[in-house]
Design a protein around this ligand. Sequence first.
Ligand code: ATP
Ligand code: MG
Length: 277
Amino acid sequence: MNAIEGRDISHSYAVDGSWALSLCGVNITVAPGEMVAILGHNGSGKTTLAKHFNALLELQKGELTVAGLEASDPSAVWKLRRKCGMVFQNPDNQFVSSVVAEDIAFGLENYGTPPEDIPRRVEEALRLVGMAGTEKRSTYMLSGGQKQRIALAGVLALDADIIIFDEATVMLDPAGRQEVMETIRRLHAQEHKTIILISHYMEDVLDADRVYIMAGGEILAAGPPREMLTDLSLLAAAGLAPPFAVQVYYDLLAAGVELARCPLTEEELVEEICRLF
Ligand SMILES: Nc1ncnc2c1ncn2[C@@H]1O[C@H](COP(=O)(O)OP(=O)(O)OP(=O)(O)O)[C@@H](O)[C@H]1O
Ligand SMILES: [Mg+2]
């Protein structure tokens, strides 16, 4: 059974008395434990699609199962939100309490967790995001990266198997980004969580098992990062700039210099250039 199985999903928003189509016939599958990235230009429909996965948006057309639950079944909504959690862009918009433990406990209370189990669940979730022992800290005093990890702990405390990161690193400084990305990679590799990573940063998606490229509410292509990110015409069709190393590869090729392979990272680019000499 797939973690996510979506067929022919379409969605329109009501805008000024008419309907604006934002997703058109999207097909997507995510295997359990897979790390899938969704790349696309502003307004391509990434968030609209992701919000279907945890029932923040109602399914208008198509079929969708998430963690074995039918998204179209109103009685499955709460379970579905618990199984598929989401971490959003703005670290400051995700807290309901100014104390770390209370913030994580809030979600657990909402889902009717027995009070005696809550401290243990909070402790375990904080450990998973590398913030053990911060129960009493004030959420105001945390760095952006720490705030995102606490938001993630809130999702993990509810036992989410699937976690969506919707540009969760975009508002962070480089250290915060790295901290959050390392946590995501660890959850994927060690805890076998299914990860959906929505990002504008090419380097964030290099570790994904597969990348979906979106444009204009549609999926243009899906495949391994190396295949997707070195395809200049695909990236151009999606309005995305290629990674720096890929651009240099094609610039060199145009100038008559052919590297043995198309590099994805700057380290690979340096390696390939050194091999020329
Ligand atoms: N609540 C809304 N009401 C009306 N239109 C919306 C709403 N949310 C999104 N849209 C429109 O739907 C389309 C897809 O938006 P969406 O936010 O899903 O894209 P995105 O790929 O997540 O973009 P970004 O990279 O900016 O986050 C856009 O044209 C957007 O303007
Ligand atoms: Mg978005």
